[in-house]
Design a protein around this ligand. Structure first.
Ligand SMILES: NC(=O)c1ccc[n+]([C@@H]2O[C@H](COP(=O)([O-])OP(=O)(O)OC[C@H]3O[C@@H](n4cnc5c(N)ncnc54)[C@H](O)[C@@H]3O)[C@@H](O)[C@H]2O)c1
Length: 243
């Protein structure tokens, strides 16, 4: 079912100013949701009802941001943790600083937002959470051609951790009306990725780069009643790479 299947629902999308986050905001809005965008960067996002500046790695800011969204809309039905990104520093050269920064941005931030929204979802006995992981977290870094083209170990570890967190919460809260899933995108046609990395997608089962819309449609499905019997899953949206 598509159309207005998210009518009246309130969604928080972290990283909503970014490429994939903007597409998610558009698709959720098309389905009828009111979307609160959260990002480090303050910017207007088409269709968002509200844009809040928040560093997702700051746990008290995360709690305050979720409370602000709830105060304004009096419900939170959907959380999409999309804030993140990765460095390509190799293993031996990886500094403590970069290691912790990657874990915080890609994993701790999602935990802080999940912890903050869960009390609202639990009292409503309904909710859908979708975490944007990465195929890197499934296969241990996505190779690209060239010496530094592979996503780094901290990013892969953080995105793999996000999958573990997704499954833990799915097991815990499935009986209380809350579903928790993840997507694992392959290489997506965003300006960040287009900065010179060649993933050799012509050899993928679906021989093209992913589009932000591909990610957003899958997220919307996982938020919608059409996926009401699906929880704890990691949907690879990767053109078949990592199957
Ligand atoms: N682009 C790809 O090929 C690809 C592949 C796999 C997974 N992903 C994941 O998809 C998500 C979105 O990626 P994208 O390509 O749209 O990147 P992007 O850089 O366009 O968007 C990421 C957004 O997250 C925000 N952000 C980063 N750190 C933050 C923080 N501490 N607090 C709040 N906001 C923060 C940024 O400001 C940005 O708006 C990321 O989690 C990324 O790891 C992307």
């Amino acid at each position: 079912m598509t159309g207005n299947d998210l009518d009246g629902q309130v969604a928080i999308v972290t990283g909503g100013v970014g490429h994939i986050g903007r597409a998610i905001t558009s698709v959720l809005t098309e389905r009828g949701a009111r979307v609160v965008v959260v990002d480090l960067i303050g910017a207007e996002v088409a269709n968002a009802v509200l844009a809040l500046v928040c560093d997702v790695t700051d746990s008290s800011a995360a709690t305050a941001t979720v409370a602000e969204a709830y105060c304004l809309h009096e419900r939170i039905d959907i959380l999409v943790n999309c804030a993140g990104g990765g460095a390509r520093t190799g293993f031996v050269d990886l500094t403590d600083h970069v290691w912790f920064a990657e874990l915080n941005k890609n994993l701790s931030g999602a935990f802080f937002f999940m912890r903050a929204v869960l009390p609202y979802m639990l009292s409503a006995e309904t909710g859908a959470i979708v975490n944007v992981s990465s195929i890197s977290g499934v296969i241990g870094g996505l190779p690209a051609k060239g010496s530094d083209g592979r996503s780094g170990p901290a990013y892969a570890a953080a995105k793999a951790g996000l999958i573990g967190l997704t499954k833990w919460a799915a097991r815990e809260y499935g009986g209380r009306g809350i579903r928790v899933n993840a997507i694992a995108p392959g290489p997506v046609l965003t300006s960040a990725v287009m900065h010179g990395y060649d993933y050799g997608v012509e050899d993928y089962p679906i021989p093209r780069m992913g589009r932000t819309r591909d990610m957003a449609e899958t997220v919307a499905f996982l938020c919608s009643p059409a996926s009401s019997y699906i929880t704890g899953e990691v949907v690879k949206v990767s053109g078949g790479v990592g199957m």
